[in-house]
Design a protein around this ligand. Structure first.
Ligand code: ZN
Length: 323
């Protein structure tokens, strides 16, 4: 792991930094996290990008328990990321929908983050080739409107009037299985390495608070309605992983350079949610560039600077691929 010197993040004041009392953030993000920030779900989607279609293929390539795979495939179908083609048995196939295809930029963003920060001195597990410009590439996340790299510290936001929603009554949350490090996929993978850190709903939400410019334990608790024990656990995980550093002088937590760099893939997830999960009657959330224009993040090829479609990419594995 690269050394990650702590940076003190000085944000432009963001309009969405603190929730008004009794209100929480607009829920499309939370729903997105519910759908995507689950490690097995993500690994299944990744195998689909690599061409897996059948139950047995997913099972063999991931080494995933049968019951877990069944449950995740059902959920992927319910969330319209996969559609089932053909009847039961040998002919049954799972195909990515348009909504599922659109997860690809997030995968590329996570891969490039994992390659940069989580491979140590090793060669990254996959080399990607962009057929359009005939170059080997990694993904860069830029603002579509001006091609600049994303900078979490300089961006402002314009929030819609219906951004804050009343805090829901406490309900028994569905217990989600999170990554516990005991189950390893069969491919070495930078996406998997990143998800081993952020593939958990609470960790994801805590990181998001840090990107919103919050750094105090109490602010995390108030904005997320998270218990102190759970919050401490998640913060300690982020510190161990090198994303966050405790700053005793300021009485809070700061993102390290590495943590700050995870902004790109995280923000792509938010954009996916706005596009595919958000209710149509919701107004949009805008990112405002220091120059005053509204901007949209996009994953592009590091060589030609164009957005990347899965069918335009081929790859070489730096490992023996599973059969
Ligand atoms: Zn290219």
């Amino acid at each position: 792991m690269k050394s990650a010197a702590a940076v003190i993040v000085r944000y432009e004041t963001r309009a969405d930094k603190y929730s008004p009392k009794g209100f929480v953030r607009h829920s499309a993000q939370t729903e997105t996290i519910e759908i995507l920030a689950d490690t097995w779900t993500y690994l299944i989607i990744r195998e689909a990008f690599f061409g897996a279609r059948r139950f047995a293929e997913f099972q063999r390539k991931l080494g995933i328990p049968r019951a877990t795979l069944t449950k995740r495939l059902l959920r992927l179908e319910k969330n319209r990321i996969f559609k089932r083609v053909g009847e039961a048995g040998h002919h049954k196939q799972y195909r990515l929908t348009e909504r599922g295809m659109d997860v690809y930029p997030i995968t590329l963003g996570m891969m490039s983050f994992g390659d940069k920060w989580l491979c140590g001195d090793d060669t990254p597990p996959l080399a990607l080739f962009h057929k359009n410009c005939r170059s080997w590439f990694s993904a860069k996340i830029v603002w579509a409107e001006n091609g600049e790299l994303l900078d979490a510290q300089k961006i402002r936001v314009r929030i819609p009037a219906d951004y804050w929603t009343p805090r829901p009554k406490r309900t028994q949350r569905q217990r989600r299985s999170t990554w516990d490090g005991s189950v390893q996929g069969k491919r070495p993978c930078s996406v998997e390495r990143m998800l081993s850190i952020v593939g958990d709903r609470w960790t994801f939400l805590v990181l998001q608070e840090l990107f919103h410019g919050n750094h105090r334990f109490d602010d995390f608790m108030n904005n997320l309605e998270i218990g102190p024990g759970v919050l401490s656990g998640r913060l300690n995980n982020l510190i161990r992983a090198g994303f966050v550093e405790k700053n005793d002088a300021r009485g809070g937590y700061n993102l390290t350079k590495m943590g700050l760099d995870s902004y790109g893939p995280m923000i792509l997830m938010k954009v996916w949610g706005e596009k595919w999960v958000s209710r149509p009657d919701r107004s949009h959330f805008d990112f405002i560039h220091p120059s005053g224009i509204a901007v949209t993040p996009v994953a592009v090829c590091s060589c030609c600077g164009k957005p990347i479609h899965p069918r335009d990419v081929s790859y070489v594995c730096n490992y023996e691929p599973p059969r």
